[in-house]
Design a binder for this molecule. Structure first.
Ligand code: BES
Ligand code: ZN
Ligand code: ZN
Length: 494
């Protein structure tokens, strides 16, 4: 759905739109709703009573205003939109309401509507405007690139939504962030035969050039010559060659610090010779969701122009089987010089990331945030909604966690327990890439492996759960969620 948001100074009932949306919160009409109700001789409250409408979250009630309209002016319909109970309400309620609202309004067939900025009196105009706008834009996302007929049938594909008494700057920022999330979702949803490492690099370059970011892409030969043996080991089995992608945002003004972002960029993960069963491969086009989040964040950062230098690194590759593919027992020499014995070719992400992290560290960064769909174990621990956060530097960890909280993305700390490092010692090489047959602490040992490649403050976000949703969710449809973009923009984009 194509949504155009307009921040209006006016009160909701003064906006010339056919539909006016007012909130019902704790079973009562909002202030704007009460005003409208009086103007229309209790049409709203009358209908609420008659139909026992309590305004559970997301419930809505369409009330025709036509009969009471004076001189055929003003809105034809009011939509009473349920915001649920007074207790436990948060900005996340407003964000979700935005998403649900655009879906409801579109389903009803309206192309234009005016909504009050829900709960602005409680959370402040800025924050409420931002959350409502972001939710509306995210909730309007759809992915139909490869549908040859319109999947939504007669449902309206365009919606102009006025937000009454909204803060224009907050709405504009929400537009930048939502566009970046959509960009990341599109990349994740793109099929792996289209989005190869080469294509990912091409899209990253295109975006970077359009927005004035520096960009450098290395081909397979440059990757090998640079000494990225761990990364190259993973990539060597595919007919689609790897690409190492670097993007740099330099602020116009003096920079406060330099932060490196690293994203896992496996455009498809079959598992290699440690082959995944076919059901487990179904979501593996999303194994580049970390890269997508980093690229989405770079897009927003380029637009928001914060006073921080941000460098992005993506070691894009495909994990495939062939006569040239790496095997179990191979020993790879990483860029750091550390040797790694491969015990499982499906633990490929950490091999590509090891070299990307070493490189990011050597290029100079005050701190690193790395995002990856790294382990199934993290999904077992935290489920599909929460990412695992690991850090070697508690202050940096807290900073990222707090940014995620403000952004409305769920992350939770897990320990980088040094005692488990023992499990990664190899008899043959310096390290092995998995802890062998044991299934315990899989997310932690993966994080420990990554932490071996830098002494800089590092945050590793294991987004294997929340990066991809197999069903539609509160803020969008099934598929890529764009998880991580909002956290990174909240962390760096001010
Ligand atoms: N890409 C997967 C992790 C994954 C699993 C992401 C489920 C999203 C959903 C990763 O490369 C992988 O296969 N990890 C292995 C590691 C194991 C071999 C130590 C895993 O989690 O099973
Ligand atoms: Zn894997
Ligand atoms: Zn993987």
């Amino acid at each position: 759905m194509e949504i155009t948001l307009k921040a209006a100074r006016r009160f909701v009932e003064e906006i010339p739109a056919p539909l006016v949306v007012v909130g019902v919160w704790g079973g009562e009409l909002s202030e704007a709703g009460q005003k409208l109700d009086q103007k229309h001789r209790k049409a709203l409250s009358g209908m609420m009573q008659a139909l026992h409408f309590k305004g559970e979250f997301g419930e809505s009630l369409l009330v025709p205003l036509s009969s009471q309209r004076s001189q055929k002016e003003g809105p034809e319909f009011a939509l009473l939109f349920g915001l649920g109970k007074k207790r436990g309400v948060s900005l996340e309620t407003v964000r979700k309401a935005g998403a649900k609202l655009v879906q409801t309004v579109a389903k009803l067939g309206f192309k234009e509507a005016a909504s009050e900025t829900f709960l602005a009196e409680k959370f402040g105009k800025e924050a409420a405007s931002y959350a409502l706008a972001e939710g509306a834009l995210l909730g309007g996302y759809s992915w139909a690139k490869y549908k040859t007929s319109n999947p939504s049938g007669k449902r309206s594909e365009k919606l102009r939504l006025w937000l009454a008494r909204a803060a224009g700057a907050a709405v504009a920022r929400a537009e930048v962030v939502a566009q970046a999330v959509h960009y990341a979702r599109d990349l994740v949803n793109e099929p792996p035969n289209v989005l190869t490492p080469v294509e990912l690099a091409r899209r990253a370059s295109e975006m970077a050039q359009a927005l004035g970011l520096e960009v450098e892409v290395w081909d397979e030969q440059q990757i090998q010559e640079a000494g990225m043996g761990a990364y190259y080991g993973v990539a060597q089995g595919s007919a689609n060659p790897p690409r190492f992608i670097q993007l740099t945002y330099k602020p116009q003004t003096a920079s406060r610090r330099t932060v490196a972002l690293v994203g896992k960029g496996l455009t498809f993960d079959t598992g290699g010779y440690s082959l995944k069963p076919s059901e487990s491969q179904i979501t593996m086009k999303g194994d580049m969701a970390g890269a997508a989040a980093v690229l989405g964040a770079m897009q927003a950062i380029a637009r928001l122009q914060p006073p921080v230098e941000v460098r992005a690194y993506i070691a894009a590759a495909e994990n495939m089987i062939s006569g040239a593919a790496y095997r179990v027992s191979d020993v790879l020499t990483s860029l750091s010089g550390k040797t790694i014995e491969v015990l499982n070719t499906d633990a490929e992400g950490r091999l590509t990331l090891a070299d990307a992290i070493t490189y990011a560290d050597r290029q100079g960064a005050d701190a690193i945030v790395e995002l990856s769909t790294l382990t199934g174990a993290c999904v077992v621990a935290l489920g599909e909604k929460v990412a695992g956060l690991f850090t070697n530097e508690p202050r940096w960890g807290r900073e990222v966690q707090e940014a995620a909280e403000r952004a409305g993305e769920k992350v939770w700390p897990l320990p980088l327990e040094e005692e488990y490092l023992e499990a990664l010692k190899s008899d043959t090489a310096d390290l092995k890439n998995t802890h062998g047959r044991s299934r315990s602490a899989g997310a932690i040992t993966a994080a420990l492996f990554l932490a071996e490649f830098t002494d800089k403050p590092l945050v590793h976000l294991d987004i294997a759960g929340p990066a991809y949703s197999e069903k539609s969710h509160d803020l969008g449809p099934a598929g890529g969620t764009g998880f991580g973009v909002r956290t990174l923009v909240e962390l760096l984009g001010h």
